[in-house]
Design a protein around this ligand. Structure first.
Ligand code: EPZ
Length: 417
């Protein structure tokens, strides 16, 4: 398994291009199942999760061509409405094929995603919504077996705000008979990006980006060409890295309006930000100030940025509280940060981080995607050498991360394992 070797110290300086959003690309790839016409996606990031999804769709019979950058998909000869365990176990977001398969083909067999490092992550809300739309659902030998003559529009209240739950049901509703209203819907920008592509395909959707989304079903959808939105979590990750290490960096091909809550916290930490139409410049002189964080659904502070801010707080001036309200086990990075000398006390879903002037390099183990990013950031700040093991976690969601950081002056190299 590959590792990263990192020499800590030194500010980050220069310019970095932000890639397309992983969490917009994944549902958009699955949306190809909703039509027999060609769906062309631009600005697709080169990530493991993207290739896993492309492989899953190809196994079903979707014609998939191209790769990073531009992917064309055509689901005119789907022969297998199955998402097998060996693929789903590597990527929970495979559940996003369920809604489109039932809506277009009337049947789907999708392996029940297991939990993952950050939590049990059930999909009960996905299934409840499809049942309200008339699907018959049974769990057979670990698989979700869903069948429906024709889905019917329904009023669905989401007990919890669920990003992929909202996306799955919105996609299913585009081909249902009648009107579907999803209440307490997720408002994430990735939901909006998906809705915009679906509307280009002929879907009738209102309210995407608010907590009530109304979809009027149609008989069939066209293809379309769609450029994937910038990755707001990659954007936030690079911004926090500069806040932690100090320096001056210009981010390009991004969109500041996607991460207001993160930008507010960076300003509170003492960073100076200049926002352009598709750029963000950040300048950080000296150590950041510690900032309190409480994660919540968009537009509040994103859970996917929690680990990165914790890494920044470990070297900040002062102490701060970090409260994780979305996932029950998203503090896996704490033990690893402590190995660098970080002072963190955990009480339930809250961590008190006491900033210190200096961390020492150590060998670390990545446990999940965003935790890996926080370890990379902390290693950049620590004195001496750090090794990060199991970096396949980071390859799932960050395109070419070591070269992007090296381009900013970081001393980081991949050790093939
Ligand atoms: C999406 O996951 C993202 N993944 C996650 O990003 C992100 O952390 C999460 O939303 C929250 O923002 C993708 O978009 C591919 P949820 P998702 O359904 O949709 C509970 C990353 O790092 N819940 O919004 O799976 C769930 O357990 C990844 O890129 C149910 O109880 O998350 C959680 O506590 C990590 N039943 C809460 O809701 C359900 O049926 C929010 O989960 C669904 C969810």
């Amino acid at each position: 398994m590959d590792k990263f070797r990192i020499q800590g110290g030194g500010p980050l300086e220069g310019q970095v291009r932000i890639s397309g959003a992983k969490n917009a690309a994944l549902p958009l790839l699955c949306a190809s199942l909703l039509t027999e016409k060609s769906l062309v996606l631009e600005n697709v990031p080169s990530l493991r999760d993207i290739s896993t999804t492309a492989h899953l769709l190809a196994q079903m019979g979707v014609e998939v061509s191209g790769n990073a950058g531009l992917i064309e998909l055509k689901a005119s000869r789907v022969h297998d409405c199955v998402a097998p365990y060996d693929l789903v176990k590597t990527m929970r977001a495979s559940i996003l094929v369920l809604g489109p398969l039932v809506a277009r083909f009337g049947e789907a067999r999708v392996s029940l995603p297991g939990g993952c490092a950050i939590g049990s992550r059930p999909v009960d809300l996905h299934l409840k919504g499809l049942q309200l739309m008339g699907a018959k659902i049974s769990i057979e030998h670990g698989d979700i077996h869903a069948r429906a003559e024709k889905l019917k529009g329904a009023r669905i209240f989401m007990d919890l705000v669920s990003v992929t739950g909202t996306e799955n049901l919105m996609m299913a509703a585009t081909l249902a008979q009648g009107v579907t209203v999803i209440e307490n819907a997720a408002r994430e920008p990735e939901v909006v990006d998906l809705a915009e592509a679906l509307m280009k395909m002929g879907a009738h959707i209102e309210g995407a980006g608010t907590d009530v989304i109304t979809i009027q079903g149609v008989d069939s959808l066209e293809g379309c060409r769609h450029a994937i939105m910038p990755d707001r979590i990659e954007t936030g990750t690079f911004l926090v890295a500069v806040a932690a290490t100090g320096g001056k960096v210009l981010l390009t091909h991004t969109k500041a309006g996607l991460l207001d809550a993160v930008i507010d916290k960076l300003k509170e930490a003492g960073a100076v930000l200049s926002l352009g139409s598709d750029t963000i410049e950040i300048v950080q002189d000296g150590r950041p100030k510690a900032v309190n964080i409480r994660t919540a659904p968009y537009p509040a502070f994103p859970t996917d940025m929690q680990a990165q801010f914790m890494a920044m707080n470990t070297v900040a001036q002062g102490s701060a509280l970090i409260t994780e309200t979305i996932f029950e086990n998203r503090f896996m990075h704490v033990q690893e940060l402590r190995r660098l000398g970080a002072r963190i006390d955990i009480e339930g879903n809250t961590a008190m981080v006491h900033g210190c002037a200096q961390l020492q390099g150590a060998t670390l183990m990545a446990t999940d995607l965003r935790a890996s990013a926080s370890l990379l950031m902390a290693a950049l700040v620590a004195s001496g050498e750090s090794i990060i093991e199991r970096i396949y976690h980071i390859d799932r969601g960050y395109e070419d991360i070591e070269h992007k950081f090296a381009g900013l002056g970081a001393k980081i190299e991949r050790i093939p394992g």
